[in-house]
Design a protein around this ligand. Structure first.
Ligand code: ZN
Ligand code: ZN
Length: 279
């Protein structure tokens, strides 16, 4: 099992410990490379993103750690950048000019009535209240808006891999327990993945909530499609606590292997490369 992870939130955003604690945990777990990916600044304030004024301190701290841990592990600095609007997304000049080793493209916000944004992640009761208020309670319209934004992100580019591509399923399932079985939903996901495959973009398998909910994003049911479509995949823990740097990884590799996926992606000397799963 290839030991690496490029999705980490330390205390520069909503992670629960300093970056160095995650690096130490990764070294202890035998990782060959590791990436810190704070939530990038947004055009509005939140309590879970890196503020723009703190970006230089973030970059300097990971640079310090890169040097300190170079003898034992490759360390990389990235950001998880939201696609918000055509002006604010991973392809924006501000992000392109930052000295990042890699970028993660993510959709957490979807615009509803009046252009107001709702966060599709977070507590289910807030998701449901916002769905009623901004989408007239129409789950399908909200899900379609989420995948529309995801497709705009892929078209705009500017990132290395997609974070948790079907994360909306987590809260959507609290509204309709069979939503992911519905034909329209499946067609929508498949069309999105076909676009991703066409653009040659990488996608992560996100294991963050496997421990509590037994789910991954993308859902395990899509692994076979993704393998057949040739979408390059990597396995990430999206960890917010150092103890979980390796969470769900073995299970993800087991499921990928069962689905016929033969390789995953990793960084080596600053370049993405393919590694066979059964090496
Ligand atoms: Zn995310
Ligand atoms: Zn994240």
């Amino acid at each position: 099992m290839d030991l690496c992870n490029y999705h980490t939130h330390c205390d520069f955003c909503d992670g629960k410990a300093p970056a160095e604690e995650f690096v130490k945990a990764a070294v202890a777990a035998g990782f060959h490379s590791y990436g810190i990916s704070s939530h990038a600044p947004l055009p509005f304030r939140t309590n879970w993103t890196l503020e723009r004024e703190r970006v230089p301190a973030y970059l300097a701290e990971v640079e310090r750690l890169k040097r300190k841990y170079a003898p034992v592990m490759e360390l990389y600095v990235g950001m998880e950048i939201d696609y918000v609007t055509e002006e604010w997304n991973p392809s924006s000049a501000y992000f392109r000019e930052l000295p990042l080793d890699y970028c993660v493209g993510a959709v957490h916000f979807v615009a509803g009535a009046g252009g107001e944004f709702m966060d599709i992640d977070g507590p289910a009761d807030i998701f449901q209240a916002n769905m009623r208020r901004l989408f007239d309670g129409d789950l399908r319209r909200l899900v379609e808006a989420y995948f529309d934004a995801s497709e705009r992100m892929v078209e705009a580019g500017g990132f290395d891999f997609i974070a948790h591509p079907d994360k909306i399923a987590m809260n959507a399932l609290t509204v309709d327990a069979e939503v992911t079985e519905r034909e329209w939903y499946e067609n929508r996901v498949r069309a999105y993945f076909a676009l991703v495959a066409d653009r040659g973009v990488m996608m992560e398998v996100n294991t963050k909530v496997y421990r509590q909910r037994g789910m991954m994003f993308p859902d395990r049911r899509y692994f076979k499609w993704l393998g057949e479509m040739g979408v390059p995949l990597l396995v990430n823990a999206d960890t917010h606590v150092p103890e979980y740097v390796n969470d769900g990884r073995a299970k993800a590799f087991e499921w990928l292997s069962e689905a016929g996926v033969r390789s995953t992606m990793r960084l080596r000397k600053g370049k993405w490369e393919e590694v066979a799963i059964n090496d």
